[in-house]
Ligand binder design. Structure first.
Ligand code: AMP
Length: 210
């Protein structure tokens, strides 16, 4: 399966991608995670990307396109989480894919639900696990249940940056919903629902795509 997950920040794409990957073995290519890792490692890419991410803006297309092209060149199956984020990237993806996409899953959700979700999100800087202070708290309080590292709020989950990320999503990423609908690839799940329900929906829309 060659899958793209699209949806607003906080719609649950990453959580669902991890669950699907654990069950089916599809590798995840999550551009946000790759960029955050590059920042932590202080690579040239990380140094260039950091200011854009802090402002809630998109990192320039050439940097992200190259990152994705390198990752998916040899993959038969993958889940692309957070890419493409605009039409230029969607067109680029078509040129780098050895085989066409199987489906594009759209995580549809209301903005009110998103603001509540992002404000309470805590991530593990060491293993990448994602928690939520009310919906999915770590049993070890402010420590990661998996590796014990101290949980943090993502730099770009601050209220002003969240607002900026939404406006970037509305202007640049939301048009991809129609783009992929017109190509017959779009499968929609109701991402307002609890994670288990979303996962069941995900499995059923993917069944229709095989
Ligand atoms: P995410 O973890 O997917 O919410 O991404 C966090 C941030 O990384 C975004 O707000 C962007 O600044 C940057 N980013 C992630 N994916 C992309 C992409 N495909 N194109 C440009 N910037 C991206």
């Amino acid at each position: 399966m060659r899958l793209v997950f699209i949806g607003a920040p906080g719609a649950g794409k990453g959580t669902q991608a991890k669950r699907l990957a654990a069950e089916k073995g599809y590798p995840i290519v999550a551009t946000g995670d790759l960029l955050r890792a590059a920042i932590a490692e202080q690579t040239p890419l990380g140094q260039q990307a950091r200011a854009y991410i802090q402002r809630g803006e998109l990192v320039p297309d050439p940097l992200v396109n190259q990152l994705v092209a390198e990752r998916i060149a040899t993959l038969e199956s993958f889940i692309l989480d957070g890419y493409p984020r605009n039409l230029t990237q969607a067109q680029m993806l078509e040129t780098i894919l050895p085989q066409p996409l199987s489906a594009v899953v759209y995580f549809a959700i209301s903005e009110d639900a998103l603001i509540a979700r992002l404000g309470g999100r805590r991530i593990c800087p060491q293993c990448g696990a994602v928690f939520h202070i009310t919906a999915n708290p770590s049993t070890a309080g402010d420590r990661c249940d998996h590796c014990g590292a101290t949980l943090i709020t993502r730099e770009d989950d601050q209220p002003d940056t969240i607002r900026k990320r939404f406006s970037v999503y509305r202007e640049q990423t939301a048009p991809l919903v129609d783009y992929y609908r017109q190509r017959g690839l779009l499968r929609t799940v109701n991402a307002d629902a609890p994670p288990d329900t979303v996962y069941q929906q995900l499995l059923s829309v993917l069944c229709e795509s095989t």
